[in-house]
Design a protein around this ligand. Structure first.
Ligand code: HT9
Ligand code: FE2
Length: 338
């Protein structure tokens, strides 16, 4: 199959103090996130001058991928400029008929996969009949280049720490969303099980037998259960068990965006310092040259029939055309069910 372009599809983030509130409103529209939580998150962004690093990190990664692929790369986001609707309109004007889409998430689940399908549907509907055909690349949580880059990052973060516990962290989601993650016939929990599998692969690469998988950045109303334990609470629990230091590996993310620099480099690091524990945080893959190669390989699976490299046989989906869902009821949000 031939393609005219690659669309880099990401979350988006504010680029100045006035952007923060409208960005947060875009993210949480219709999601029942309490206003107090939004006020709190607004402060995290304002602490960094209202600028999330995520757009810059995406632009850097795109620049690293450009020399490795034969396609022009376009950049569009779900929640902030450049908005994917505008990017897709620009692609249509440039004559793009069929494009691959790289979503900046390695996993399945509603927030990590299906919501990017919804972005594709929305953007194609906005552009209308000239909308390019869009083929989304697959979930890559078990790609050897993803796993190796995290393993090296953990080695680097741990190098001066001595005895420590390795703790993987990913974005928490409501338990109901995790239960609905993946095609129902797979039994659900695709997101948390893929995160656990990626953690297992990185730990295996490092030869580490004991480690934990925990969650961060929980949102939503307090009465709704989300994946636990939270990383900060877990650091306290490790301290009580006499663990002298932690290395936190943000396996759930591809870049050091605001939820990594705030929730880990600020909150988790401060908690460890308060308890007198050593703390190291592994870098995410975004700026590792292997990440650019990973994207180029995912593209080559489609353009050159290069076989998919995977370290596990764990269920993986995500590759669909024009925003179709991976399977009937795949990652269907509970609130939208009958
Ligand atoms: C699974 C997952 C990923 C990983 C997959 C992927 O990477 O796509 C992810 C990534 C990200 N999440 C991000 C930011 C936010 N997420 C929020 C809220 C939420 N995230 C959720 C899940 C996830 N989120 C959920 C279930 C909610 C509740 C609302 C809802 O049901 O949708 C909120 C609202 C405020 C709050 O925290 O309450 C913000 C600001 C940023 C950008 C950071 C930056 O600006 O640098 C990134 C990359
Ligand atoms: Fe999020």
């Amino acid at each position: 199959m031939s393609y005219d372009a690659l669309l880099w599809l990401s979350f988006g983030g504010p680029e100045g103090p006035e952007d923060v509130r409208p960005f947060l409103e875009n993210v949480t529209r219709g999601r029942g996130v309490p206003p107090e939580r939004l006020d709190e998150v607004e402060q995290h962004y304002q602490h960094f001058g209202g600028v999330s690093p995520i757009n810059r990190l995406n632009r850097d990664a795109i620049a690293a991928v450009e020399p490795l692929v034969d396609l022009p790369i376009y950049f569009g986001n779900r929640n902030w400029h450049p908005m994917v609707e505008d990017t897709l309109a620009e692609m249509a004007r440039a004559g793009v008929k069929r494009a691959l889409v790289f979503p900046t998430s390695a996993y399945g689940g509603y927030s990590a996969c299906r919501q990017y399908d919804e972005d594709i549907l929305r953007a194609r509907a906005a552009v209308g009949e000239n909308a390019p055909e869009l083929v989304k690349l697959r979930q890559f949580f078990d790609h050897p280049l993803f796993v190796e880059s995290f393993a090296d990052a953990v080695r680097e973060a741990a190098k001066d720490l001595g005895e420590h516990r390795l703790v993987f962290t990913a974005h928490s989601v409501p338990l109901s969303a995790d239960q609905a993650a993946g095609p129902p016939e797979d039994g659900g929990r695709l997101y948390s099980r893929q995160v656990a599998e990626a953690a297992r692969l990185v730990a295996r690469e490092l030869g580490v037998a004991e480690y934990d998988v925990v969650w961060q950045s929980r949102s939503g109303p307090p009465q709704i259960p989300w994946l636990e334990p939270d990383v900060v609470d877990h650091i306290e629990a490790l301290h009580e068990r006499g663990v002298p230091a932690v290395v936190v590996c943000p396996i759930g993310f591809v870049s050091d965006h605001l939820e990594v620099v705030w929730d880990l480099d600020t909150e988790a690091r401060d908690k460890a310092a308060e308890l007198g524990m050593g703390f190291g945080r592994a870098a995410t893959p975004n700026n590792d040259p292997r990440f650019a190669r990973l994207v180029a390989e995912l593209v080559a699976e489609h353009t050159d029939g290069v076989p998919a490299r995977r370290l596990s046989e764990f269920p993986a989906y995500g590759c669909t055309v024009n925003g179709a869902f991976c399977a009937t009821l795949c990652c269907e949000p509970a609130r939208r069910r009958g």
